[in-house]
Ligand binder design. Structure first.
Ligand code: ADP
Ligand code: MG
Length: 621
């Protein structure tokens, strides 16, 4: 269990060589956190404020971020940008649909991205987010007294490739090295140390300022898998503010249309303050203009009841999507400032029939989990290392008719393990060829063949009677091992393969492109991301291979050549230039080709046993 502690800001013993931060880049608020002496803690400003409003105020020669910028929303609205997260990875049309053109002056970039006109020039969503990230970076660097070695930045679980890439771009612009993007619900689960509780289903209920996200996570064999997401991108604590504001208007017998902009703004702030006060009090007094009135938690609860019921409907839907029942849920985690409202906690508790976890500050929990992950990725965690990475291409095996049965899907977090049962196709079949392939397509001929091995000695049985369990296991370095076992006899066979090894970037891209022809995502964005994943994988795999087998298979000259290419790819690192990255990856692929072949041969020789048996497995349904 990871313990969490709130400690004094700006008082860290300088005992660490390197720091990586966790960043919750929120729609309403952002938070930066670090792990210090095994304690995750959110970094505060000198006034003890941890939350940084995700607001940027552009002046002609100055950029303000956070609390100071928030003030400017009232007096300089056109140059003060909030909720920019909603625009990440979105095009101009979507920006208009989201109503950004009603708040700001928009223009279009050459590639149809929305730009917001400010007195400091036209700003993209990436640039504005980068300005928030720079602010957080500076705050962290000031506290730790050194440059940061990297960051784990959280994103909503439903963010698509374009939105994730935009987030990475923003980090690059801010000069932050992204160690990994992490799903927000997963970060919250890590902060609570749910991985120490073993396998189970967890719900993350995240009610922020303007968004509601429900996620269901399955923790199994060292990883959190997001198995269902749901929610509403226009539902949050701000809606409660609106309800209270309307209530005040009615009680004070005011006409909303007659209020000035400043008064309307003041009304909303009054409503928000009232809401937050009712979190700790049962009854309060509200002052607005010359009106004064009593407001009770009971009345407030009644106002927001429809909103709460709505959130529970989304929970119901997510459970249905995941084919789960309430009794299957082990823990419910509350995330987001608006879950402080007691009625929210009561409704959630009633619905899930258990008390939700809320003892970690709900608006810090995501950043704290990200910090724990960042620290682990730097290799500085003292306890267990929780590594999350993704597979670039799906892994599966050949079944009858040259079809591919995918076992582990692309983008699955690794390490991971999946198993599936197959059966024999013919009466009396005594052997089975397990043909492992990689790729997204349905036919074996369109995928890449990784390895073949046999399971022999199955006692003759009627077709469909044998039960062969095939297990795919991918370790943290992306190395795959496959085993097959006939369950009635216990006969077993096993092979190790290296999926992304020896695969050129071009091949990966082509395979992806072919299978995503109908997908409307931006292929270029994905290519770069895939390349980065491949580059990262390749570096890890090649290093490990060199360490283990260089002496066995390589001459000194061959080894030196590989090391030179490896160092080159490493210096290119997280460039946004996909061409450069691609060249460096290809160079390393080529340099290691002979090495890979020799190793693969060595491994295969050990795993394969001469005789060839033609029957292929047949997927059991
Ligand atoms: P986001 O994830 O969208 O960036 P946050 O998690 O920071 O947002 O949540 C912001 C919301 O939490 C706001 O609506 C704010 O009013 C609400 N909030 C903050 N503190 C409290 C409190 N004590 N009681 C009720 N609501 C609160
Ligand atoms: Mg949030």
């Amino acid at each position: 269990m990871v313990l969490l502690q709130i400690s004094e800001p700006n008082q860290l013993p300088a005992n660490k060589q390197r720091y990586a931060v966790g960043i919750d880049l929120g729609t309403t608020n952002s938070v930066v956190a670090i792990v210090n002496e095994d304690w995750p803690l959110a970094i505060a400003d000198p006034n003890e404020n941890v939350l940084v409003p995700s607001i940027v105020h552009y002046q002609q020669n100055n950029i303000e971020v956070g609390e100071v910028a928030k003030q400017a929303v009232t007096y300089d609205p056109l140059n003060t940008i909030y909720s920019i997260k909603r625009l990440m990875g979105r095009d101009f049309g979507e920006a208009k649909r989201l109503g950004f053109d009603r708040i700001y002056h928009l223009s279009t970039s050459a590639n149809n991205l929305p730009l917001i006109k400010t007195q400091a020039g036209e700003k993209s969503a990436v640039q504005i987010s980068a300005d928030i990230l720079s602010f957080l970076k500076k705050r962290a660097q000031k506290t730790v007294g050194m440059e940061l070695s990297g960051a784990v930045i959280t994103v909503p679980a439903y963010f698509d490739d374009a939105q994730r890439q935009a987030t990475k771009d923003a980090a690059a612009v801010a000069g932050l090295k992204v160690l990994r993007l992490l799903n927000e619900p997963t970060a919250a689960a890590i902060a609570y140390g749910l991985e120490s509780g073993g396998e189970g289903m967890h719900v993350v209920f995240d009610l922020g300022g303007g968004t509601f996200d429900i996620s269901i996570l399955h923790f199994k064999q060292g990883i959190f898998e997001v198995i269902a997401v749901g929610g509403d991108s226009a539902l949050g604590g701000d809606d409660m503010d609106d309800l209270i504001a309307n209530w005040i208007i009615q009680q004070a017998k005011l006409n909303l249309d007659l209020l000035s902009l400043t008064e309307k703004r003041k009304l909303l702030l009054t409503a928000k303050a009232a809401k937050e006060e009712l979190t700790t009090k049962l009854e309060i007094t509200i002052d607005f203009n010359k009106w004064q009135g009593h407001f009770t938690r009971r009345e407030f609860n009644k106002l927001i009841e429809p909103l709460l019921i709505k959130t529970l409907k989304y929970c119901q839907n997510a459970l249905q999507d995941a084919e789960l029942q309430i009794k299957d849920i082990k823990d419910v985690i509350l995330v987001g400032g608006a879950t402080r409202t007691p009625a929210v906690q009561e409704y959630v508790a009633k619905f899930f029939q258990k008390k939700p976890l809320a003892n970690i500050d709900p608006d810090q929990v995501v950043a704290l989990g990200a910090a724990i992950q960042a620290n682990a990725l730097l290799g500085q965690a003292s306890g267990e290392l929780l590594l999350l990475d993704v597979l670039p291409l799906s892994l599966g095996l050949e079944t009858m008719g040259g079809l591919v049965e995918k076992i582990i899907y692309r983008n699955a977090t690794i390490p991971t393990q999946k198993s599936q049962q197959f059966t024999t196709y013919k009466d009396g079949q005594t052997g089975m060829i397990v043909h492992i392939v990689q790729g997204e397509r349905e036919l074996v001929q369109d995928c890449r063949s990784l390895a073949k091995f046999e399971l022999k000695g199955i006692p003759p049985m009627k077709a469909g009677m044998a039960k062969v369990e095939v297990i795919f296991q991918v370790d943290a370095d992306g190395l795959l091992s496959v085993s097959a076992k006939e369950l009635s006899t216990g006969i077993e066979s096993k092979i190790n393969v290296m999926p992304s090894y020896g695969l050129t970037e071009k091949e990966i891209t082509e395979m992806l492109q072919a299978s995503f022809d109908h997908a409307k995502e931006d292929i270029q964005v994905r290519q770069l991301r895939e390349q980065q994943v491949v580059a990262e994988h390749l570096l890890v795999v090649v290093k490990k291979a060199l360490q283990e087998d260089a002496d066995k298979y390589l001459s000194q000259a061959e080894k030196n050549k590989i090391i030179a290419s490896l160092q080159h790819l490493e210096t290119i690192g997280t460039t946004q230039d996909s061409l450069k990255l691609k060249q460096a990856v290809t160079e390393l692929e080529q340099a290691t080709q002979i090495f890979a072949e020799r190793r693969m041969d060595g491994n295969l020789r050990e795993a394969l046993q001469g005789v060839s048996i033609e029957e292929l497995p047949h997927a059991k349904d």
